[in-house]
Design a protein around this ligand. Structure first.
Ligand SMILES: NC(=O)C1=CN([C@@H]2O[C@H](COP(=O)(O)OP(=O)(O)OC[C@H]3O[C@@H](n4cnc5c(N)ncnc54)[C@H](O)[C@@H]3O)[C@@H](O)[C@H]2O)[C@@H](O)CC1
Ligand SMILES: Nc1ncnc2c1ncn2[C@@H]1O[C@H](COP(=O)(O)OP(=O)(O)O)[C@@H](O)[C@H]1O
Ligand SMILES: [K+]
Length: 510
């Protein structure tokens, strides 16, 4: 897989801007930059300078309280304080730590601060109109408690605007989870590249506006870091995107087969329309004979094939023999009542048995909740599971939201355990591949929380896989387009609009 690393394991520079570094990887990047000849003093100077500039661009001149912690995050704080002071801002500096324990560069910058030093105290908030949180950054190693906790609580209660340096103190940059209390910020300035914790919830809400600033670390330090995570962006997959060929015909653009249920006939129709709109050459719906008129009447350009009631399993199996169906979607509206569950499981297992690329969603996932292993044993590498948190917990109960693990790790572990690409939905959708690569999506607006949006997404994915896109990229592209269309449409969105408004967004991709 070539998401962030190419076949030699080197970073693909096309997407280098979008990679996400864990705090550990960031520390290695810093070290490597120093090894390559960039002085640590200069890195810290650039970091502090970048934050000071961001503050002066966002806020008018006002009294500032800079809270500087015991490590290099605190070192940045001293640079910020001095920079703002030089621009005639009234600055108060509160330090918690021991100068002797700080790195040489932090000590040097602390000594360059021309103002007074105060111990951390809540009374300092009385005269402040802005707080700079330079307490802890990448080095946070345990939950915040005691005096710092009380200080952060007082900052929150004060309602003062906060600028966080690198990450809001208390936020785990790797996971987006709080380690004890977190200082919620209005602006967070991070360095070199974003961290997963800036994008995953609840971390994203703690950061406020997020700025990334280069501090002189050369991009080539990324090559040895074994980075596996990136933020979703067309740069990751556009070169793999199936743009139309002038001499193409419909059979070049794949044929999606969608399994339709008896009662919830809308869901699979939404998927079908979405697969068409995103460019699949042909789309067929295989539906129970009894519901055939409903489907056929509503779908004009989709081929609707009836599955006879007395032999529906056999009939579906027969359809799979036609190798022109290069992707199968099962789940939206498939049904779980009576014999439906058995039929759905059978359809899934037969599809997997013949090695067909497939998107398994909704009921196709829930159908296996009693014995997920039966599904995992059949899965191959062109299989995409698209659960929301509820469906995810049915297949991976030990990885549910309640497990205490973060979303990125949960999705990655699920992909590894199942052998499938796992798309774990939500406002911070994660797409994880069994080989450890993962993409975090950030463009989805809350308008997507509407019935049927997931059915459309399944259709988008299938439509892209049908056209030859690799499943991992197809999933990432579909999720991004889904979010982008919802943004373009705005309020009042219903699932049908996602498909109808897709062409505008596709047009901009060209
Ligand atoms: N060359 C570099 O490494 C650069 C680092 N930069 C800054 O340095 C930061 C990372 O610096 P550090 O690795 O020194 O880490 P931090 O400054 O985040 O904090 C590390 C210190 O905090 C203590 N600590 C951790 N968790 C604690 C807790 N819950 N309660 C009390 N004390 C706790 C640790 O024992 C250690 O003394 C980055 O976030 C960034 O702001 C920037 O200056 C750019 C250059
Ligand atoms: N608050 C939110 N912000 C952004 N996207 C969301 C939010 N809530 C849900 N979504 C997205 O909306 C879609 C809903 O899918 P799903 O839960 O399967 O719904 P349905 O089964 O009704 O189609 C997913 O793509 C999900 O990521
Ligand atoms: K901080």
């Amino acid at each position: 897989m070539g998401l962030v690393t190419n076949s030699k394991g080197l970073i693909d520079m096309r997407c280098d801007q979008h990679v996400l570094l864990t705090p550990k990887q960031m520390a290695l990047a810093d070290q490597e930059a120093v090894y390559l000849g960039v002085p640590a003093f200069d890195l810290m100077a650039a970091a502090g300078q970048a934050v000071a500039e961001a503050i002066m661009a966002k806020w008018t001149k006002r009294p500032v309280l800079v809270m500087a912690g015991p490590g290099n995050n605190g070192g940045d704080g001293f640079v910020i304080a001095e920079q703002l002071r030089q621009h005639n801002w009234p600055v108060t500096l509160a330090f918690m730590g021991h100068l002797d324990n700080m790195s040489a560069e932090a000590q040097a910058h602390a000594k360059a601060w021309k103002g007074e030093w105060h111990p951390l105290s809540q009374t300092l908030l009385n005269d402040a109109k802005l707080v700079v949180d330079a307490l802890f950054g990448a080095g946070l190693s345990r939950p915040i408690e005691g005096q710092v906790q009380h200080m952060l609580e007082a900052v929150a209660q004060s309602g003062l605007p906060v600028c966080a340096v690198d990450v809001p103190s208390g936020l785990d940059g790797a996971t987006g989870q709080a380690l004890g209390v977190v200082a919620k910020a209005d602006l967070t300035v991070t360095f070199f590249r974003k961290k997963p914790g800036h994008l995953l919830f609840p971390g994203r809400t703690f950061c406020g506006d997020l700025l990334v600033r280069g501090i002189g670390i050369p991009a080539k330090v990324l090559t040895d870091l074994r980075i596996q995570t990136a933020e979703n962006h067309p740069d990751l997959w556009l070169s793999d995107y199936p743009l139309m060929k002038q001499d193409g015909h419909k059979f070049h653009r794949g044929h999606v087969l969608i399994y339709g249920g008896q009662w919830m006939t809308g869901a699979s129709r939404l998927s079908a329309r979405a697969a068409q709109r995103i460019g699949a050459g042909l789309v067929s719906l295989a539906v129970p004979e009894s519901s055939w008129p409903i489907y056929a009447a509503a779908m004009l350009s989709v081929m609707v094939k009836p599955l006879a009631a007395h032999q529906s399993e056999h009939a579906f199996q027969q359809m799979l023999n036609d190798s022109r169906f290069n992707v199968v979607v099962i789940g939206p509206g498939a049904g779980l009542e009576g014999n439906d569950k058995h039929r759905v499981k059978h359809a899934v297992l037969e599809t997997l048995k013949c090695g067909r690329a497939c998107v398994l969603d909704a009921d196709a996932l829930t159908a296996f909740s009693e014995r997920p292993k039966a599904l995992f044993e059949a899965i191959h590498d062109a299989c995409i599971l698209t659960p929301h948190e509820g469906e995810f917990a049915r297949l991976f109960p030990h990885l549910s939201e309640q497990s205490g693990k973060d979303k990125l790790s949960r999705a990655k572990q699920a992909a590894r355990e199942s052998g499938a690409i796992v798309l774990l939905k939500g406002a911070d959708t994660v797409i994880a591949s069994p080989d450890g690569h993962a993409i975090i999506n950030t463009n989805a607006p809350a308008e997507l929380a509407t019935g049927g949006a997931g059915d459309v997404l399944a259709g988008f994915i299938a439509g892209l896989v049908a056209q030859g896109m690799t499943p991992f990229y197809a999933t990432a592209a579909a999720v991004w387009l889904h979010g982008e269309v919802a943004n373009e449409f705005g309020v009042g969105l219903i699932a049908e609009d996602l498909t109808d408004a897709l062409p505008n967004v596709l047009q901009q991709l060209k």
